[in-house]
Design a protein. Sequence first.
Length: 372
Amino acid sequence: MKTPFQGASRLAVGVGVGVLCVALAHAGADFPLGAGPRGLDDWRPALAGGNAVKVSVQAPSDPTSGRLIVTFEKAGPERRMVALSRSVTRDLTGLQALELDCSAELAPGLTVLPAVLFFEKSGGVWVKLSAGAPLPPPPGGRLRLPLKSLRQAAFSRDASGKIEWNAIDRVWLGFVVDGTGKGRVSISGIRVTDRPYRPVGPASLLPDGPLAWSVGHDPAVKASIETDVPGPGGRKCSRLDFNFPGGRHMYVVPSHPIRPLELGAYKGIRLTYKAKLPKGIGGLLFMLVEAGGAQYYASPPPPPTETWKSIVIPFSRFKHGTWTRDANGKLDLDDVRKVCVGAHGVASGKGGSGQIWTVSVEAVPTLEPAGK
């Protein structure tokens, strides 16, 4: 499967010679990914894009308070990756996440997402790209990349089709850059952990600000969406209006990018909505969409309701939409990038109109019954 930075393989490779010593002593502990107390020492540039990307790396000036500084200048708008490399000499079995303490100063229009690549001795290369959490501006913050759902890089050669943590001999810490201009990444800590993330409450998948639904539909369907409609308790919601002709299968699928979230730490999704559907359409088409385009729909579907309703849907109830391809055939929660709230099916008779109001879509850490 393609990775977001497939073109990185065309860049020149400079191999880092540093040694990574990670000892997974016991559950619930953290470990520096590089040398030194904060994992910042002995990283070397791994990728150089020639005229496309110019990169320099400055080691920490002080082992306790200094920072690892990566500066780059990117000439073209195409996606490129800047990466640092270290060798690995120990078994990495049991890792749950990479944690990065950092900040970024970027030219207007530049976006930088963290990534990590693990290289097996046999030639397998496994990738994790941030779900969309860009590097924070100064003074910075901590980003966490879950390591349960890695994908093979386009240039990977892996006979087994799965990562073997005890065979990793090299790691790249990467920064995937979109846009043109100069950037500076300041890093104060690089750690791996075998401690899973544990959420303390529900988390919204939708942004706090204005919504940006993108509506796809059959050419025969008429559809429009408003995103600033009054909802229950003074909350704002979106309203989809559509019309299905009858007698043949139709679809309308509004989709929205989700907020950066370690979704695999949650148990399910809570949808708060109201819906009127054409006769013959039994429920909503509620889906989670992975980065590669694989779609997973809630089964059974959320039913229509004339009053505001909140339902909790366990992740086990999401089924693969066979109209899309997925290499492993399972929902990779930490790879979900979009949520869809729409409808599909064959409307009775001559068809009819429908409306769907979406108030909130939340990840929930428990499957306790939701209130109205």
